[in-house]
Design a binder for this molecule. Structure first.
Ligand code: AMP
Length: 498
Protein backbone atom coordinates (compact mmCIF):
# COMPACT_ATOMS: atom_id res chain seq x y z
CA UNK A 1 0.00 0.00 0.00
CA UNK A 2 1.22 3.50 -0.84
CA UNK A 3 2.35 5.62 2.08
CA UNK A 4 2.25 9.41 2.29
CA UNK A 5 6.01 9.38 2.71
CA UNK A 6 6.32 7.77 -0.75
CA UNK A 7 4.60 10.68 -2.47
CA UNK A 8 7.37 13.31 -2.43
CA UNK A 9 5.41 15.76 -0.31
CA UNK A 10 7.45 18.25 1.73
CA UNK A 11 8.32 17.20 5.31
CA UNK A 12 6.20 20.03 6.72
CA UNK A 13 3.17 18.86 4.79
CA UNK A 14 3.81 15.28 5.90
CA UNK A 15 3.92 16.47 9.49
CA UNK A 16 0.53 18.18 9.14
CA UNK A 17 -0.94 15.08 7.48
CA UNK A 18 0.36 12.96 10.30
CA UNK A 19 -1.18 15.32 12.85
CA UNK A 20 -4.48 15.13 11.00
CA UNK A 21 -4.39 11.42 11.81
CA UNK A 22 -4.30 10.14 8.21
CA UNK A 23 -2.52 6.82 7.99
CA UNK A 24 -2.36 6.32 4.26
CA UNK A 25 -3.37 8.23 1.13
CA UNK A 26 -6.77 7.57 -0.37
CA UNK A 27 -6.78 6.31 -4.01
CA UNK A 28 -7.41 9.79 -5.45
CA UNK A 29 -4.55 11.16 -3.35
CA UNK A 30 -2.19 8.35 -4.32
CA UNK A 31 -3.12 8.93 -7.96
CA UNK A 32 -3.18 12.73 -8.11
CA UNK A 33 -0.36 13.85 -5.82
CA UNK A 34 2.67 12.44 -7.71
CA UNK A 35 1.78 13.90 -11.15
CA UNK A 36 0.71 17.18 -9.53
CA UNK A 37 4.10 17.43 -7.83
CA UNK A 38 5.77 16.83 -11.20
CA UNK A 39 3.96 19.91 -12.48
CA UNK A 40 1.55 17.96 -14.67
CA UNK A 41 -2.11 18.73 -15.24
CA UNK A 42 -4.45 16.36 -13.41
CA UNK A 43 -7.98 15.35 -14.26
CA UNK A 44 -9.51 13.73 -11.19
CA UNK A 45 -12.86 12.03 -11.54
CA UNK A 46 -13.95 11.71 -7.95
CA UNK A 47 -16.73 12.69 -5.61
CA UNK A 48 -16.52 14.37 -2.26
CA UNK A 49 -15.77 11.94 0.51
CA UNK A 50 -12.88 10.43 -1.46
CA UNK A 51 -10.27 12.78 0.04
CA UNK A 52 -9.91 14.76 -3.17
CA UNK A 53 -9.45 18.08 -1.36
CA UNK A 54 -6.18 16.90 0.17
CA UNK A 55 -5.44 15.43 -3.26
CA UNK A 56 -4.96 18.94 -4.61
CA UNK A 57 -4.21 20.99 -1.49
CA UNK A 58 -1.21 18.89 -0.35
CA UNK A 59 0.75 19.15 -3.63
CA UNK A 60 -0.20 22.83 -3.93
CA UNK A 61 1.31 23.59 -0.54
CA UNK A 62 4.44 21.63 -1.39
CA UNK A 63 4.85 23.42 -4.72
CA UNK A 64 4.10 26.89 -3.38
CA UNK A 65 6.45 26.57 -0.42
CA UNK A 66 9.10 28.02 -2.72
CA UNK A 67 8.58 31.59 -3.89
CA UNK A 68 6.66 34.53 -2.51
CA UNK A 69 3.33 36.20 -3.09
CA UNK A 70 3.10 39.56 -4.88
CA UNK A 71 0.47 42.23 -4.29
CA UNK A 72 -2.77 41.58 -6.14
CA UNK A 73 -1.27 38.62 -7.96
CA UNK A 74 -2.24 35.35 -6.32
CA UNK A 75 0.06 32.45 -7.13
CA UNK A 76 -2.67 29.86 -7.11
CA UNK A 77 -6.39 29.76 -7.46
CA UNK A 78 -9.00 27.26 -6.29
CA UNK A 79 -12.48 27.62 -7.77
CA UNK A 80 -15.44 26.05 -5.98
CA UNK A 81 -19.13 26.15 -6.94
CA UNK A 82 -20.55 27.19 -3.57
CA UNK A 83 -19.54 29.33 -0.65
CA UNK A 84 -19.69 26.42 1.73
CA UNK A 85 -17.37 24.31 -0.39
CA UNK A 86 -14.94 27.18 -0.76
CA UNK A 87 -14.97 27.65 3.02
CA UNK A 88 -14.38 23.92 3.45
CA UNK A 89 -11.37 23.99 1.13
CA UNK A 90 -10.03 26.99 3.08
CA UNK A 91 -10.35 25.00 6.32
CA UNK A 92 -8.50 22.09 4.74
CA UNK A 93 -5.80 24.47 3.59
CA UNK A 94 -5.36 25.79 7.15
CA UNK A 95 -5.02 22.26 8.48
CA UNK A 96 -2.46 21.10 5.96
CA UNK A 97 -0.48 24.37 5.72
CA UNK A 98 -0.07 24.95 9.41
CA UNK A 99 3.71 24.36 9.35
CA UNK A 100 4.44 26.49 6.29
CA UNK A 101 4.18 30.21 5.81
CA UNK A 102 1.65 30.63 3.07
CA UNK A 103 -1.13 33.17 2.93
CA UNK A 104 -4.61 32.61 1.64
CA UNK A 105 -7.76 34.59 0.94
CA UNK A 106 -11.28 33.32 0.65
CA UNK A 107 -13.39 35.22 -1.87
CA UNK A 108 -17.03 34.33 -1.49
CA UNK A 109 -20.27 36.20 -1.78
CA UNK A 110 -21.93 37.53 1.34
CA UNK A 111 -18.62 38.76 2.79
CA UNK A 112 -17.51 42.40 2.55
CA UNK A 113 -15.31 43.32 -0.39
CA UNK A 114 -13.17 45.58 1.79
CA UNK A 115 -11.73 42.86 3.97
CA UNK A 116 -11.10 40.68 0.94
CA UNK A 117 -9.47 43.58 -0.95
CA UNK A 118 -7.10 44.19 1.95
CA UNK A 119 -5.87 40.61 1.87
CA UNK A 120 -5.42 40.62 -1.90
CA UNK A 121 -3.55 43.91 -1.75
CA UNK A 122 -1.03 42.38 0.62
CA UNK A 123 -0.49 39.49 -1.76
CA UNK A 124 -1.73 35.95 -1.30
CA UNK A 125 -0.31 32.59 -2.21
CA UNK A 126 -3.65 30.84 -2.44
CA UNK A 127 -6.94 32.35 -3.49
CA UNK A 128 -10.00 30.21 -2.85
CA UNK A 129 -13.07 31.58 -4.56
CA UNK A 130 -16.46 31.09 -6.10
CA UNK A 131 -16.39 32.12 -9.79
CA UNK A 132 -18.84 35.03 -9.53
CA UNK A 133 -17.11 36.73 -6.64
CA UNK A 134 -13.69 36.24 -8.22
CA UNK A 135 -14.83 37.96 -11.42
CA UNK A 136 -16.40 40.76 -9.38
CA UNK A 137 -13.00 41.45 -7.84
CA UNK A 138 -11.32 41.21 -11.21
CA UNK A 139 -13.72 43.62 -12.81
CA UNK A 140 -13.22 46.11 -10.01
CA UNK A 141 -9.56 46.11 -10.98
CA UNK A 142 -8.47 44.68 -7.66
CA UNK A 143 -6.99 41.48 -8.88
CA UNK A 144 -4.64 40.19 -11.58
CA UNK A 145 -4.66 36.56 -12.53
CA UNK A 146 -1.51 36.64 -14.63
CA UNK A 147 0.57 35.34 -11.72
CA UNK A 148 -1.46 32.17 -11.26
CA UNK A 149 0.84 29.16 -11.48
CA UNK A 150 -1.62 26.54 -10.26
CA UNK A 151 -5.35 26.61 -10.89
CA UNK A 152 -7.76 24.12 -9.34
CA UNK A 153 -11.33 23.63 -10.51
CA UNK A 154 -13.27 21.68 -7.90
CA UNK A 155 -16.67 20.02 -8.47
CA UNK A 156 -16.73 20.99 -12.14
CA UNK A 157 -19.92 19.06 -12.80
CA UNK A 158 -21.70 21.16 -10.22
CA UNK A 159 -20.30 24.29 -11.85
CA UNK A 160 -21.93 23.08 -15.04
CA UNK A 161 -25.26 22.47 -13.31
CA UNK A 162 -25.14 25.95 -11.88
CA UNK A 163 -24.33 27.70 -15.11
CA UNK A 164 -20.77 28.66 -14.19
CA UNK A 165 -19.05 27.19 -17.22
CA UNK A 166 -18.83 30.52 -19.11
CA UNK A 167 -17.29 32.07 -15.99
CA UNK A 168 -14.82 29.22 -15.70
CA UNK A 169 -13.81 29.59 -19.33
CA UNK A 170 -13.31 33.31 -18.82
CA UNK A 171 -11.21 32.74 -15.70
CA UNK A 172 -9.09 30.19 -17.56
CA UNK A 173 -8.48 32.76 -20.29
CA UNK A 174 -7.35 35.34 -17.70
CA UNK A 175 -4.66 33.04 -16.31
CA UNK A 176 -1.37 32.32 -18.08
CA UNK A 177 -1.49 29.34 -20.43
CA UNK A 178 1.67 28.04 -18.74
CA UNK A 179 -0.28 27.45 -15.52
CA UNK A 180 -0.73 23.96 -14.10
CA UNK A 181 -4.36 22.85 -13.87
CA UNK A 182 -5.85 20.39 -11.40
CA UNK A 183 -9.42 19.68 -12.42
CA UNK A 184 -11.94 17.63 -10.42
CA UNK A 185 -15.38 16.46 -11.34
CA UNK A 186 -17.62 13.67 -10.10
CA UNK A 187 -18.79 12.93 -13.64
CA UNK A 188 -17.51 13.59 -17.14
CA UNK A 189 -20.43 15.15 -19.00
CA UNK A 190 -19.72 16.13 -22.64
CA UNK A 191 -19.48 19.80 -21.72
CA UNK A 192 -16.93 19.00 -19.00
CA UNK A 193 -15.00 16.87 -21.48
CA UNK A 194 -14.94 19.83 -23.87
CA UNK A 195 -13.55 22.16 -21.18
CA UNK A 196 -10.84 19.71 -20.17
CA UNK A 197 -9.87 19.15 -23.81
CA UNK A 198 -9.59 22.91 -24.29
CA UNK A 199 -7.81 23.96 -21.12
CA UNK A 200 -5.86 20.98 -19.81
CA UNK A 201 -2.65 19.85 -21.37
CA UNK A 202 -2.04 16.11 -21.53
CA UNK A 203 -3.53 15.56 -18.06
CA UNK A 204 -2.98 12.54 -15.88
CA UNK A 205 -6.47 11.09 -15.59
CA UNK A 206 -7.44 9.45 -12.29
CA UNK A 207 -10.86 7.96 -11.80
CA UNK A 208 -11.77 6.58 -8.42
CA UNK A 209 -15.45 5.72 -8.32
CA UNK A 210 -18.32 5.24 -10.66
CA UNK A 211 -20.91 7.96 -10.62
CA UNK A 212 -23.85 5.77 -9.76
CA UNK A 213 -22.49 3.84 -6.84
CA UNK A 214 -24.27 4.06 -3.54
CA UNK A 215 -22.25 2.78 -0.61
CA UNK A 216 -23.11 -0.72 0.60
CA UNK A 217 -23.00 0.56 4.15
CA UNK A 218 -26.00 2.83 3.51
CA UNK A 219 -29.33 1.19 4.24
CA UNK A 220 -31.98 2.62 1.94
CA UNK A 221 -35.76 2.56 1.97
CA UNK A 222 -38.69 4.44 0.50
CA UNK A 223 -42.25 4.93 1.72
CA UNK A 224 -44.85 5.11 -1.06
CA UNK A 225 -47.27 7.71 0.14
CA UNK A 226 -50.62 8.98 -1.11
CA UNK A 227 -52.22 11.81 0.77
CA UNK A 228 -55.83 11.52 1.90
CA UNK A 229 -56.56 14.62 -0.16
CA UNK A 230 -54.37 16.57 -2.52
CA UNK A 231 -54.66 19.74 -0.48
CA UNK A 232 -53.44 17.87 2.58
CA UNK A 233 -50.43 16.38 0.87
CA UNK A 234 -47.87 18.85 2.22
CA UNK A 235 -48.90 18.62 5.85
CA UNK A 236 -49.41 14.85 5.73
CA UNK A 237 -45.96 14.47 4.23
CA UNK A 238 -44.51 16.44 7.11
CA UNK A 239 -46.38 14.24 9.54
CA UNK A 240 -44.93 11.19 7.82
CA UNK A 241 -41.47 12.69 8.03
CA UNK A 242 -41.86 13.08 11.77
CA UNK A 243 -43.08 9.50 12.05
CA UNK A 244 -40.05 8.26 10.11
CA UNK A 245 -37.69 10.24 12.30
CA UNK A 246 -39.40 8.93 15.43
CA UNK A 247 -39.37 5.36 14.15
CA UNK A 248 -35.57 5.51 14.11
CA UNK A 249 -35.45 6.56 17.78
CA UNK A 250 -32.00 7.06 19.26
CA UNK A 251 -30.37 5.55 16.18
CA UNK A 252 -31.02 8.85 14.48
CA UNK A 253 -28.38 10.96 16.13
CA UNK A 254 -28.41 13.63 13.45
CA UNK A 255 -29.79 13.93 9.95
CA UNK A 256 -29.99 15.96 6.80
CA UNK A 257 -33.50 16.34 5.42
CA UNK A 258 -33.49 17.16 1.71
CA UNK A 259 -36.27 19.07 -0.01
CA UNK A 260 -36.43 19.90 -3.70
CA UNK A 261 -37.58 23.45 -3.21
CA UNK A 262 -36.25 26.25 -1.09
CA UNK A 263 -39.76 27.16 0.03
CA UNK A 264 -40.20 23.62 1.36
CA UNK A 265 -36.84 23.76 3.11
CA UNK A 266 -38.13 26.71 5.10
CA UNK A 267 -41.55 25.20 5.75
CA UNK A 268 -40.23 21.80 6.83
CA UNK A 269 -37.63 23.37 9.12
CA UNK A 270 -40.22 25.63 10.71
CA UNK A 271 -42.70 22.80 11.11
CA UNK A 272 -40.16 20.42 12.69
CA UNK A 273 -39.05 23.14 15.07
CA UNK A 274 -42.62 23.76 16.07
CA UNK A 275 -42.99 20.10 16.94
CA UNK A 276 -39.98 20.27 19.21
CA UNK A 277 -37.33 18.92 16.83
CA UNK A 278 -33.99 20.68 16.78
CA UNK A 279 -33.98 21.79 13.14
CA UNK A 280 -32.68 24.65 11.01
CA UNK A 281 -32.80 25.37 7.28
CA UNK A 282 -29.95 25.94 4.84
CA UNK A 283 -30.37 27.24 1.30
CA UNK A 284 -29.05 30.00 -0.88
CA UNK A 285 -31.57 32.67 0.01
CA UNK A 286 -30.39 32.76 3.61
CA UNK A 287 -27.68 35.22 4.47
CA UNK A 288 -24.17 33.92 4.67
CA UNK A 289 -23.67 34.40 8.40
CA UNK A 290 -26.83 32.40 9.09
CA UNK A 291 -25.71 29.63 6.71
CA UNK A 292 -22.32 29.47 8.38
CA UNK A 293 -23.83 29.45 11.87
CA UNK A 294 -26.25 26.68 10.95
CA UNK A 295 -23.56 24.55 9.39
CA UNK A 296 -21.18 25.06 12.28
CA UNK A 297 -23.95 24.03 14.67
CA UNK A 298 -24.68 20.91 12.66
CA UNK A 299 -21.03 19.97 12.33
CA UNK A 300 -20.43 20.65 16.01
CA UNK A 301 -23.36 18.50 17.11
CA UNK A 302 -25.43 21.30 18.61
CA UNK A 303 -28.00 21.13 15.79
CA UNK A 304 -29.63 17.76 15.12
CA UNK A 305 -31.57 18.27 11.88
CA UNK A 306 -30.27 20.19 8.91
CA UNK A 307 -33.03 20.86 6.39
CA UNK A 308 -31.32 21.48 3.09
CA UNK A 309 -31.54 22.11 -0.59
CA UNK A 310 -29.30 20.13 -2.93
CA UNK A 311 -27.01 22.94 -3.85
CA UNK A 312 -26.47 24.21 -0.32
CA UNK A 313 -25.62 20.75 0.96
CA UNK A 314 -23.59 19.57 -1.97
CA UNK A 315 -20.14 18.40 -1.04
CA UNK A 316 -20.47 19.27 2.61
CA UNK A 317 -18.16 17.19 4.68
CA UNK A 318 -19.97 16.24 7.85
CA UNK A 319 -18.34 12.96 8.78
CA UNK A 320 -20.97 11.49 11.08
CA UNK A 321 -24.49 11.91 9.75
CA UNK A 322 -26.56 8.94 10.88
CA UNK A 323 -29.53 9.57 8.57
CA UNK A 324 -30.58 11.23 5.36
CA UNK A 325 -34.28 11.85 4.82
CA UNK A 326 -35.47 12.64 1.34
CA UNK A 327 -38.62 14.60 1.99
CA UNK A 328 -38.96 14.72 -1.80
CA UNK A 329 -37.71 12.30 -4.43
CA UNK A 330 -35.03 14.32 -6.22
CA UNK A 331 -35.91 15.27 -9.79
CA UNK A 332 -32.50 14.14 -11.04
CA UNK A 333 -31.40 10.64 -10.22
CA UNK A 334 -27.76 11.65 -9.71
CA UNK A 335 -28.82 13.92 -6.88
CA UNK A 336 -30.11 10.90 -4.99
CA UNK A 337 -26.60 9.45 -5.02
CA UNK A 338 -25.15 12.74 -3.82
CA UNK A 339 -27.80 13.18 -1.14
CA UNK A 340 -27.52 9.77 0.44
CA UNK A 341 -23.73 9.98 0.20
CA UNK A 342 -23.91 12.48 3.08
CA UNK A 343 -24.45 9.51 5.38
CA UNK A 344 -22.37 6.37 5.71
CA UNK A 345 -19.17 8.33 5.23
CA UNK A 346 -15.73 7.05 6.16
CA UNK A 347 -16.99 3.47 6.38
CA UNK A 348 -19.67 4.17 8.99
CA UNK A 349 -23.19 2.81 8.67
CA UNK A 350 -25.88 5.15 7.47
CA UNK A 351 -29.55 5.12 6.67
CA UNK A 352 -31.39 6.91 3.88
CA UNK A 353 -35.19 7.13 4.00
CA UNK A 354 -37.32 8.68 1.29
CA UNK A 355 -40.95 9.68 0.82
CA UNK A 356 -42.39 9.08 -2.64
CA UNK A 357 -45.75 10.53 -3.66
CA UNK A 358 -47.52 9.19 -6.76
CA UNK A 359 -46.32 11.88 -9.13
CA UNK A 360 -42.69 11.20 -8.15
CA UNK A 361 -42.84 7.54 -9.10
CA UNK A 362 -41.21 8.17 -12.44
CA UNK A 363 -38.30 9.89 -10.72
CA UNK A 364 -38.04 6.96 -8.33
CA UNK A 365 -37.84 4.59 -11.29
CA UNK A 366 -35.04 6.73 -12.76
CA UNK A 367 -33.14 6.51 -9.48
CA UNK A 368 -33.53 2.75 -9.29
CA UNK A 369 -32.30 2.47 -12.86
CA UNK A 370 -29.27 4.58 -12.04
CA UNK A 371 -28.32 2.74 -8.85
CA UNK A 372 -29.23 -0.56 -10.49
CA UNK A 373 -31.26 -1.86 -7.62
CA UNK A 374 -34.73 -1.65 -6.20
CA UNK A 375 -34.95 0.53 -3.12
CA UNK A 376 -36.78 -1.51 -0.48
CA UNK A 377 -40.32 -0.29 0.26
CA UNK A 378 -41.10 0.53 3.86
CA UNK A 379 -44.60 0.43 5.21
CA UNK A 380 -45.93 3.84 6.11
CA UNK A 381 -45.42 3.95 9.90
CA UNK A 382 -48.63 5.99 10.18
CA UNK A 383 -50.63 3.09 8.66
CA UNK A 384 -49.07 0.34 10.68
CA UNK A 385 -51.22 1.05 13.71
CA UNK A 386 -48.22 1.36 15.99
CA UNK A 387 -47.12 4.77 14.94
CA UNK A 388 -44.66 6.23 17.37
CA UNK A 389 -46.25 9.62 16.74
CA UNK A 390 -49.44 10.82 18.32
CA UNK A 391 -51.55 11.64 15.30
CA UNK A 392 -54.79 13.47 15.85
CA UNK A 393 -57.68 11.88 13.98
CA UNK A 394 -58.51 14.10 11.09
CA UNK A 395 -62.06 14.66 10.02
CA UNK A 396 -62.72 15.66 6.43
CA UNK A 397 -64.30 18.90 7.53
CA UNK A 398 -61.19 20.15 9.28
CA UNK A 399 -58.93 22.64 7.63
CA UNK A 400 -55.74 21.05 6.33
CA UNK A 401 -53.58 23.28 8.54
CA UNK A 402 -55.04 21.58 11.58
CA UNK A 403 -53.12 18.40 10.87
CA UNK A 404 -49.80 20.04 11.17
CA UNK A 405 -50.37 21.41 14.64
CA UNK A 406 -48.08 19.90 17.22
CA UNK A 407 -49.45 17.40 19.66
CA UNK A 408 -48.99 18.45 23.27
CA UNK A 409 -46.44 15.65 23.73
CA UNK A 410 -44.03 17.04 21.23
CA UNK A 411 -43.28 20.25 23.02
CA UNK A 412 -44.69 23.57 24.09
CA UNK A 413 -46.94 25.52 21.82
CA UNK A 414 -45.35 28.58 20.35
CA UNK A 415 -46.57 31.93 21.64
CA UNK A 416 -48.02 33.04 18.38
CA UNK A 417 -49.15 29.94 16.54
CA UNK A 418 -47.41 30.49 13.21
CA UNK A 419 -49.11 28.71 10.35
CA UNK A 420 -46.73 26.02 9.28
CA UNK A 421 -48.67 25.00 6.25
CA UNK A 422 -48.68 27.39 3.42
CA UNK A 423 -50.32 24.86 1.15
CA UNK A 424 -53.26 25.69 -1.03
CA UNK A 425 -56.63 26.41 0.59
CA UNK A 426 -59.06 23.52 0.11
CA UNK A 427 -61.56 25.35 -2.01
CA UNK A 428 -59.21 27.09 -4.32
CA UNK A 429 -57.92 25.85 -7.59
CA UNK A 430 -54.44 24.32 -7.70
CA UNK A 431 -51.69 26.71 -6.71
CA UNK A 432 -48.87 27.11 -9.22
CA UNK A 433 -45.95 24.90 -8.27
CA UNK A 434 -43.27 26.79 -6.40
CA UNK A 435 -40.02 26.98 -8.28
CA UNK A 436 -37.75 24.05 -7.66
CA UNK A 437 -34.28 24.47 -6.34
CA UNK A 438 -31.97 23.98 -9.27
CA UNK A 439 -30.26 26.51 -11.43
CA UNK A 440 -30.74 26.98 -15.11
CA UNK A 441 -27.92 26.66 -17.51
CA UNK A 442 -26.78 29.52 -19.60
CA UNK A 443 -25.73 29.16 -23.20
CA UNK A 444 -22.07 29.17 -23.96
CA UNK A 445 -22.59 32.57 -25.53
CA UNK A 446 -24.13 34.10 -22.44
CA UNK A 447 -22.14 36.93 -20.92
CA UNK A 448 -19.92 35.68 -18.15
CA UNK A 449 -21.60 37.81 -15.54
CA UNK A 450 -25.04 36.51 -16.44
CA UNK A 451 -24.92 33.58 -14.16
CA UNK A 452 -27.26 32.30 -11.56
CA UNK A 453 -26.22 32.23 -7.93
CA UNK A 454 -25.31 28.91 -6.38
CA UNK A 455 -28.80 28.27 -5.14
CA UNK A 456 -31.11 29.81 -7.66
CA UNK A 457 -34.13 27.85 -8.71
CA UNK A 458 -34.62 26.29 -12.08
CA UNK A 459 -37.07 24.19 -13.89
CA UNK A 460 -36.84 20.62 -12.89
CA UNK A 461 -38.47 17.86 -14.82
CA UNK A 462 -39.18 19.80 -17.97
CA UNK A 463 -35.58 20.79 -18.37
CA UNK A 464 -32.87 18.43 -19.39
CA UNK A 465 -29.48 18.83 -17.87
CA UNK A 466 -27.24 18.87 -20.87
CA UNK A 467 -24.40 18.49 -18.46
CA UNK A 468 -25.32 14.97 -17.55
CA UNK A 469 -25.12 14.07 -21.17
CA UNK A 470 -28.14 11.80 -21.19
CA UNK A 471 -31.81 12.34 -21.39
CA UNK A 472 -34.22 9.96 -19.78
CA UNK A 473 -34.58 7.94 -22.92
CA UNK A 474 -30.86 7.34 -23.07
CA UNK A 475 -30.33 9.70 -26.03
CA UNK A 476 -27.24 11.85 -25.86
CA UNK A 477 -27.85 15.48 -25.13
CA UNK A 478 -24.82 17.61 -25.80
CA UNK A 479 -24.25 20.98 -24.20
CA UNK A 480 -27.45 22.75 -23.38
CA UNK A 481 -29.80 20.48 -25.27
CA UNK A 482 -32.51 22.23 -27.22
CA UNK A 483 -34.19 24.09 -24.40
CA UNK A 484 -34.36 27.80 -23.97
CA UNK A 485 -31.94 28.47 -21.14
CA UNK A 486 -33.92 29.26 -18.02
CA UNK A 487 -31.42 31.88 -16.83
CA UNK A 488 -32.89 34.31 -19.34
CA UNK A 489 -35.90 34.44 -17.09
CA UNK A 490 -33.83 35.38 -14.03
CA UNK A 491 -33.24 38.98 -13.00
CA UNK A 492 -29.71 40.29 -13.00
CA UNK A 493 -29.74 40.48 -9.21
CA UNK A 494 -30.78 36.87 -8.92
CA UNK A 495 -27.77 35.82 -10.96
CA UNK A 496 -25.08 37.65 -9.12
CA UNK A 497 -25.76 36.59 -5.56
CA UNK A 498 -22.65 34.47 -5.13
P1 AMP B 1 -13.03 15.23 0.81
O1 AMP B 1 -13.39 14.18 -0.18
O2 AMP B 1 -11.83 16.01 0.40
O3 AMP B 1 -14.21 16.09 1.16
O4 AMP B 1 -12.58 14.48 2.18
C1 AMP B 1 -13.46 13.70 2.90
C2 AMP B 1 -12.96 13.45 4.33
O5 AMP B 1 -11.88 12.53 4.32
C3 AMP B 1 -12.45 14.68 5.07
O6 AMP B 1 -13.04 14.69 6.36
C4 AMP B 1 -10.97 14.49 5.20
O7 AMP B 1 -10.48 15.05 6.39
C5 AMP B 1 -10.85 12.99 5.20
N1 AMP B 1 -9.57 12.51 4.63
C6 AMP B 1 -8.92 13.01 3.56
N2 AMP B 1 -7.82 12.29 3.30
C7 AMP B 1 -7.77 11.30 4.21
C8 AMP B 1 -6.87 10.21 4.45
N3 AMP B 1 -5.82 10.00 3.69
N4 AMP B 1 -7.14 9.38 5.48
C9 AMP B 1 -8.24 9.58 6.26
N5 AMP B 1 -9.13 10.58 6.08
C10 AMP B 1 -8.91 11.43 5.07
Amino acid sequence: MTKFSDLNLSPKVLKAVDEAGYESPTPIQAGAIPPALEGRDVLGIAQTGTGKTAGFVLPMITLLARGRARARMPRSLVLCPTRELAAQVAENFDTYAKHVRLTKALLIGGVSFREQDKLIDKGVDVLIATPGRLLDHFERGKLLLTGVQIMVVDEADRMLDMGFIPDIERIFSLTPFTRQTLFFSATMAPEIERITNTFLSNPERIEVARQATTGENIKQCVVMFKASRRDREASEKRKLLRALIDSEGDKCTNAIVFCNRKTDVDIVAKSLKKYGYDAAPIHGDLDQSQRTRTLDGFRGGTLRFLIASDVAARGLDVPSVSHVFNFDVPGHAEDYVHRIGRTGRAGRDGKAMMICIPRDEKNLADIERLVQKEIPRLENPLNSGNSPVQVPVQSESKAPEKEDKPSSERGPKPDRGPKPDRGPKPDRGPKPEPKPERSPEPTASSPARNKPSDDKPTENKSRNRGGRGQDRGGKKVVGMGDHLPGFIALSFDERRAI
